[in-house]
Design a binder for this molecule. Structure first.
Ligand SMILES: [Zn+2]
Ligand SMILES: [Zn+2]
Length: 141
């Protein structure tokens, strides 16, 4: 009987150690996970405490509550938005009819307003305000 009690004690001790290790591991995992999602210390602390207090249930709750996107993903989204902005700068509005025109349009396709001149020397596009072509120095009218 004595040996069985000893074995049971070992099994119990092992189980407790296992659960504690799992508990700590979950909290550490939550800590690293939340750090990739927010730089807010309070949110990080709350997330770790949630998992520490309720263990697996805290973790499930955390998975529901945590920010959907990581900071890295948020950065990618911001970059994409930025590149969209840059792209949209390739477009301009016709000052006369507000129609969307590309930067290298010479004339507005809607109202036929002159948007650019074409240099007679190098055939590059010249701004209407230019006196001489910026590319070759030829006077533009
Ligand atoms: Zn126009
Ligand atoms: Zn020119």
């Amino acid at each position: 009987m004595d040996t069985i009690a000893t074995i049971l004690n070992y099994v119990l001790a092992f189980l407790i150690a296992y659960i504690l290790a799992l508990w700590v591991a979950l909290a550490i995992w939550a800590f690293y996970d939340i750090r990739t999602r927010t730089s807010d210390i309070l949110v990080q602390l709350f997330s770790v405490l949630l998992v520490l207090a309720f263990n697996i249930f805290g973790l499930i709750l955390y998975l529901f509550l945590r920010p959907k996107e990581t900071l890295a993903e948020a950065n990618v989204l911001a970059l994409e938005e930025e590149s969209y902005m840059v792209e949209s700068e390739a477009w301009a509005r016709c000052p006369n009819c507000e129609h969307r025109v590309e930067k290298d349009y010479v004339v507005c396709p809607m109202c036929q307003l002159d948007l650019k001149k074409r240099c007679t020397g190098c055939r590059n596009l010249a701004d209407l305000r230019w006196n001489v072509c910026a590319y070759c120095g030829t006077p533009v009218q």
